[in-house]
Design a protein around this ligand. Structure first.
Ligand SMILES: CSCCC(=O)C(=O)COP(=O)(O)O
Ligand SMILES: [Zn+2]
Length: 208
């Protein structure tokens, strides 16, 4: 009986990751093999995409189990190169159930264009997709970090800022990280944030 329940949890996690990958691909947020997706199962296990696969064409075999420290349970499998950015979020907040990372055009351009260490999003109704936001009449910062091929080092730069993050964060010239209590919530936030970034990009282009 226990085995059946565990398998069902894993199957659900795979289905959610595969479907979310398809959705992100349809929206143009995971070009080539970019992006990675993970979720935390009700029993605490963490499922994440394997490194290097196309996120629009994932199958269950592209979803692998990692420990809370980011180590693949099966040493033969290769977890996302950015696994530590996922596990640090799960460690930071036990309420987080899914983490999504994409490389959209808007996230990439805006993150390279903004000289300060955050993009401020203000006055948008869609800000209400984020937890605790009840009005458009607000201003929220989306932090920006320099890209780093050393993900462990990047994670240490991100860590002290996590507690104050309301939207997610951007890595310069790279992409966006968003999370939520479950996959549906994380996807809704990613969609909301991508909409806001597309609006900001359009405004920037209009000014130019
Ligand atoms: C071709 S994108 C470069 C790697 C990256 O930034 C990414 O998001 C995908 O890496 P992964 O190891 O998770 O496939
Ligand atoms: Zn990436």
């Amino acid at each position: 009986m226990q085995t059946l329940k565990v398998d069902e949890n894993w199957g659900n996690a795979c289905r959610q990751i595969v479907q979310a990958g398809q959705r992100m691909d349809q929206r143009g947020w995971v070009p080539a093999t970019a992006g990675n997706l993970s979720c935390r199962l009700p029993d605490g296990r963490i499922a994440i995409t394997r490194s290097g696969g196309h996120k629009g064409f994932l199958t269950d075999s592209d979803v692998i189990e990692i420990t809370p420290d980011g180590v693949p349970v099966d040493p033969a499998s290769r977890a996302s190169a950015e696994t530590l950015l996922h596990t640090q979020l799960y460690a930071h907040d036990p309420a987080i159930g899914a983490v999504l990372h994409g490389h959209s055009v808007a996230a990439t351009i805006l993150s390279m264009d903004e000289p300060s260490d955050a993009i401020t999003l203000a006055g948008y109704e869609v800000l209400k997709v984020f937890e605790g936001q009840t009005t458009h009449d607000t201003s929220l910062d989306l932090p920006l970090f320099h890209n780093d091929q050393d993900i462990a080092r990047l994670a240490t730069v991100v860590a002290p800022k996590l507690a104050d993050m309301r939207l997610g964060y951007l890595i310069r010239g790279h992409g966006v990280y968003v999370w939520g209590r479950d996959m549906f919530t994380a996807l809704a936030r990613l969609e909301g944030l991508e909409f806001l970034l597309a609006c900001e990009l359009a405004r920037l282009q209009k000014k130019a």
